[in-house]
Design a protein around this ligand. Structure first.
Ligand code: M6R
Length: 608
């Protein structure tokens, strides 16, 4: 969502903060701002639009100051205008505050402050919080922030500075991530490690209800009620190259091409070839505990929800455990039934998605055992689940999720095998799956080597204004994911459907201008999908089919085909999604869209 960076140390803060914001721009990019303390009071600069607008405004001006905070915004309260951009200052103009999250009781606080003479210049909840801190300030910023936060309901990650305390930066967290970076005689605050990785790999993760007080001599962590907390310093394992484009035009393309390695990394160390089993200690489920699981609920949002659907097919087919998939945002508000023996799996690339986190809390409060399939190490979901599996696919910066999806499906395959081998799956069958899983990275590479074919297809269909994606069985969620990718980055309206559902309504949309992308590997439902393709052709629809080698039947019917290597039916999504990711990328490129920063979106959605 929004990006937060702060700096205290001997160096000039502005370039460090602006570089950090550049790395965080994928989290929100509709406006930005920076506040510096330079010995002559508070210097606040803000601009609507991309970060480059702010950078242009700073260019050639005095940006001195060795302590400061900066923010890139994804609008929640109020339009993305300069007045609504962060930092916001208090009534006296001496305190500046940046914020990620939503203050839920902002309207009530705003009303009370107005009654006491406060005037506001923005529509944001953040300005309300800045004024509240200012009103409570009696010469001690740390205490003013703590007092204000005791009155606040909702989620926040904040950083605050004050002209009267030019050596202090206060940060706090409740729901929205804040990390503290520990350098050599310098300290950082960020909402995401990528902002500060250039300067330090040593980080402290703040937990909910905690505050960090940074000054030129070091830092302390405390609760709102002043209890000191000793926090461990963790080491970030990624290196800088993983968060740079490395010669690719866009992060999305780089991440699509990383999938042979990222899928391999997800599975590394987990596959036991000889026994046809998997070793996933992170799940923290003994054989006995795993055998007691009699129902699984998988909860997630967006792309992660699509991988969850694939997980359902896998788990029910191979482990024979009834599995439901729930949108996290629905699960938490619908009084879900969680019985003894229910396992709740939360899937999230970022590990910070507010809806998924809330669903996890709901599940835990009802006594469910929980596991997380999460990419970002140290993220909130990864720390709150009972056990889990890191995807280990490296930082995903492109707003459209790609490599996280294939890694999620691979991780779900591991979870499935863990349960299946305790149940109906024989060692021989297990070995077949392990063998097929180990071949996937090379098979993904084969597809990527033919990306130029997809580029040609995208060229042909880039002017379409609608697209239909069809798939059956385990490739129905792939159709959903393909459609989501196209919508997100090229703004072409696209729908995903189970192929047989088409005749119950969507078929009315089909004409000669409608590309219909059919995911049709040679699997158990292949014959059925051939009939669905015929139905599309009969209405003049143009079929692009994702098929296996030698599928002459579909080749005869389709306008164009793209061949993917064969694998076991349940693992086909890891291959069939790759051409669809490439297709949406190349269509977006042809349409002149901003692939890595599509309009209205943000990478990690930390508000409800
Ligand atoms: O970080 P998460 O996996 O929890 O994020 C969930 C969704 O917000 C995310 O997958 C979103 O749909 C992506 N933009 C899809 O490309």
């Amino acid at each position: 969502m929004c990006g937060i960076v702060g700096y205290v140390g001997p160096r000039q803060a502005a370039p460090i903060i602006m570089d950090g914001l550049r790395r965080l721009e994928y989290r929100g990019y509709d406006s930005s701002g920076i506040a510096l303390l330079n010995g002559h009071g508070l210097d606040v600069r803000k601009a609507a639009g991309k970060l480059s607008v702010l950078a242009d405004e700073l260019e050639g001006t005095d940006t001195s100051g060795t302590i400061g905070i900066g923010h890139t915004r994804w609008a929640t309260h109020g339009a993305p205008t300069t007045p609504n951009a962060h930092p916001h200052v208090d009534q006296s103009g001496r305190i500046a505050l940046i914020h990620n999250g939503i203050v839920e009781n902002a309207t009530a606080i705003r009303k009370a402050l107005i009654a006491r003479g406060h005037e506001f210049t923005s529509e944001t909840d953040t300005e309300v919080l800045a004024h509240l801190v200012g009103e409570l300030y009696e010469g001690n910023l740390e205490e003013a922030v703590a007092a204000a936060l005791r009155d606040v309901e909702g989620a926040y990650g904040i950083a605050v500075i004050c002209a009267e305390e030019p050596d202090t930066l206060v940060a706090a967290r409740n729901g929205s991530p804040i990390i503290l970076g520990v350098g050599e005689d310098e300290w950082f605050i960020a909402s995401d490690p990528s902002a500060i990785l250039e300067h330090t790999r040593s980080v402290v993760y703040l937990d909910n209800g905690e505050m960090a007080v940074l000054n030129r001599d070091g830092y302390r962590v405390r609760t709102l009620s002043k209890r000191h907390i000793d926090k461990p310093v963790n080491q970030i394992e990624w290196d800088l190259a993983t968060i740079e484009r490395g010669g690719f035009e866009h992060f999305m393309l780089k991440e699509i091409f990383e999938q042979p390695e990222s899928v391999e990394n997800t599975m590394r160390g987990h596959l036991l070839e000889e026994t046809g089993d998997v070793r996933v200690y992170g799940l923290k489920l003994s054989d006995e505990q795993a055998r007691r699981i009699n129902r699984i609920i998988i909860t997630a949002c967006g792309t992660s929800w699509h991988s969850a659907l694939i997980g359902k097919y896998m788990i029910e087919e191979l482990a024979r455990i009834p599995t439901e998939v729930e949108y996290a945002s629905e699960f938490r508000y619908r009084n879900p039934i969680v019985t003894e023996g229910t396992l709740v799996i939360a899937i999230s690339q970022s590990g910070e998605t507010a809806d998924t986190l809330a669903a996890l809390h709901e599940a835990k409060s009802r006594g469910a055992r929980t596991i997380g399939l999460v990419n970002v190490v140290g993220s909130t979901i990864s720390r709150e689940v009972d056990g889990g599996l890191y995807l280990r696919c490296g930082p995903e910066i492109g707003v459209a999720s790609t490599k996280a999806f294939t890694s999620q499906v691979a991780a779900l395959a591991l979870v499935t095998l863990r349960f299946a081998r305790l149940g109906p799956m024989t060692a021989a069958e297990g070995r077949r799956y392990i063998d097929a899983l180990s071949k996937l990275p090379a098979q993904i590479r084969e597809i990527l080597d033919r990306s130029a074919e997809v580029e040609v297809l995208a060229e042909r269909f880039a002017d379409a204004t609608n697209a239909l994606y069809l798939g059956r069985g385990v490739n129905f969620p792939v159709a959903l994911e393909g459609a989501l990718k196209l919508k997100e980055i090229s703004y072409v309206h696209a729908e995903g459907y189970p192929a047989a559902e088409m005749k119950h309504g969507p078929i009315a949309l089909i004409d000669e201008n409608m590309p219909v992308i059919v995911v049709a590997p040679r699997d158990a439902v292949h014959g059925k999908i051939v009939s669905n393709i015929q139905e599309v052709r009969a209405r003049g629809g143009k079929v692009i089919a994702i098929v296996n080698q030698g599928d002459d039947e579909i080749a005869r019917l389709a306008e164009a085909t793209f061949i993917v290597p064969e694998t076991l039916d349940l693992l086909t999504p890891i291959l069939t999604i790759i051409p669809l990711q490439l297709f949406s990328y190349y269509v977006a490129l042809r349409r002149g869209c901003n692939v890595d920063q599509p309009r209205n979106l943000a990478k990690s959605v930390t508000v409800e």
